[in-house]
Design a protein. Structure first.
Length: 183
């Protein structure tokens, strides 16, 4: 699951390369229409480092590339419009095309317990922790914890052992997150 910025960035790179433009050429075209997007901004979007994009940037990119807004949401899978919600890409394309999607459900994923605990511990909001987690592991802290626990845990482990491993892994992730946050 990718953020809006990552989804837009992936599709932006495909469209830009299809046109034969470099990042610098696209930045010059954007500057010519009054945008403040630089080559570095484009590179950050295309690499997936930038997690979000403004509506103004998206509209300007669509104008310069002469594509509909929905083109930035091509592909399969899901996109995370906010850190706690996700939409399938066909639903996102329908919304960006001005249509109400047939399946207008927004799924709110569960399982942010480690991320929420980290936010409380670090004194920051959940969005910030989720951004740091994505930069570190390309997923939530909770998902990373569960993946590491699953790799470590013996299939016949007792509930007490499971809890101990989960706590150990969570403390290690908290240390990585604190380092990323500068705390």
């Amino acid at each position: 699951m990718k953020t809006i910025g990552q989804t837009v960035g992936r599709n932006l790179q495909l469209m830009r390369e299809e046109r034969g433009d470099t990042q610098a050429e696209l930045a010059r075209q954007l500057t010519a229409v009054g945008s403040e997007m630089t080559k570095a901004t484009i590179a950050s979007l295309e690499s997936g480092r930038r997690l979000d994009v403004t509506v103004g940037e998206l509209v300007t990119l669509a104008q310069v590339l002469q594509v509909p807004l929905s083109a930035f949401f091509a592909g399969k899978g899901t996109v995370r419009p906010t850190v706690q919600t996700e939409l399938r890409l066909p639903e996102m394309r329908a919304l960006m095309s001005g249509e109400a999607p047939k399946q207008a459900k927004i799924h709110v994923p569960e399982g942010f317990d480690a991320d929420q605990a980290a936010a409380r511990s670090l004194g920051v909001d959940l969005d910030q922790v989720l951004q740091w987690a994505h930069l570190l592991w390309s997923k939530t802290m909770t998902d990373e914890r569960d993946a590491r626990v699953a790799k470590t845990l013996e299939p016949d482990a007792s509930p007490r052992r499971k809890q101990a491993i989960r706590g150990h892994v969570t403390r290690g992730l908290m240390a990585e997150l604190a380092k990323e946050s500068g705390q």
